[in-house]
Design a protein around this ligand. Sequence first.
Ligand SMILES: CC(C)(COP(=O)(O)OP(=O)(O)OC[C@H]1O[C@@H](n2cnc3c(N)ncnc32)[C@H](O)[C@@H]1OP(=O)(O)O)[C@@H](O)C(=O)NCCC(=O)NCCS
Length: 400
Amino acid sequence: MPDLGFEMRNVAPDEFVQWVTVESRAYGNRLADDPEMLRPHFDLERSIAVFDQGKIIGGAHSHRVEMSIPGESAMIAGVANIAVQPTHRRRGVMTRMMRHQIHDIHERGEPLAALFARESVIYRRFGYGIGSLHERYVIERQYNAYARTHDTPGRIVFVDPAEIAEKLPEVFRRNTMDRPGVFQRPPHQWERDSQAPEHKQGGPGGLFYAAYEDGGVVDGYVTYRTSGTTLVVNELMATTREACAALWRFCFDTDLMDRTEAVRRPLDDPLPWMLADPRRLERSTRDGLWVRLVDVPASLEQRRYMQHDRLVLEVRDDLCPWNDGRFELEGSPEGATCRATGSSPDLVIDVSDFASAYLGSVSFTTLSQAGLVDERTPGSLLRADGMFAVRHQPWTPCNF
Ligand SMILES: CC(C)(COP(=O)(O)OP(=O)(O)OC[C@H]1O[C@@H](n2cnc3c(N)ncnc32)[C@H](O)[C@@H]1OP(=O)(O)O)[C@@H](O)C(=O)NCCC(=O)NCCS
């Protein structure tokens, strides 16, 4: 990497506004709000700024967030605010920041990092792999019948936005607790959503919250808005199959709407299987979260495994020399140990692809068919699939 001659360091408190202004520029925005309102959301000790002749031209940030991993939850580095202003693009500034940041996260003892990518072509080179995927659904009104009737004894009620922080987080938690890739929305975010200015404005475009209640217990909710004659489901969380059937039915049957659209559904959502004419559900898939195994053995020891087994994995990692080697993993539903070894490997894998298999987004067999895993011991792909299997597909319904 050529030395660009640019200084790189943390942001000083009096440089904060300049730093967020550069980020806005990179995204093609002007800072609308008072930038000081953003300050509490940043830990400047975890900030990176790159300077050209004393002026900030690029930046990045990370903060500790809790993410679910198979069988556990982990404190990870949530990477965000990666930006290089247009005057300095494609001169290696981001590359320098990303390398520096991964080393910094490693020194902090955080074994995993994650980010949301604006462009899916960028982050693989830094060892990130697709951690979760999601689907967008569209279905026309005339095709939304269910294959069988559902007994839904509860009722749908509207929830006042002022009450969502009290009524809905528990449903979100119960619906997602056994699923990798989820960030629990923190209380201040529920509070902020409940105070959103759009709840006060008149006319179309506002968000509605509707819940399914049975016996006085909220078992599910949907957050939606309308756009012309489309009802757009932002979030639908159901902890029982009755709540699931009732909430989708509620969306499908709302008057004046010709179609329902849903963003960010999990890949193993039951809805396609509930429909009488499933081909009419238009589905498109895209990457959600990107994950980085910053410390391979520590991250492998953090998750749980579906089946007890032992494997030697050879990991290729150009950026993090401490990961580039062979590791013996012994894992089970109770826990795992992982240590460096000189034994010959069962599987050879790049750290970015390993991140996808780690969270459960893809099997080792599929990676092998894509030419991304080398099976050195016959049968080890299948054994790895059995070990790393997850009950629910990774899903990231909301950002950190
Ligand atoms: C994306 C961004 C951070 C890249 O910064 P940069 O300093 O220009 O990146 P680099 O020069 O270090 O590029 C590293 C590599 O990534 C590639 N790359 C960078 N941005 C890319 C993009 N948007 N699309 C495709 N490839 C990209 C470069 O071509 C380069 O490839 P190479 O190593 O094969 O030559 C910067 O353009 C930006 O801030 N864009 C707007 C905001 C944004 O999208 N941020 C990312 C949010 S996830």
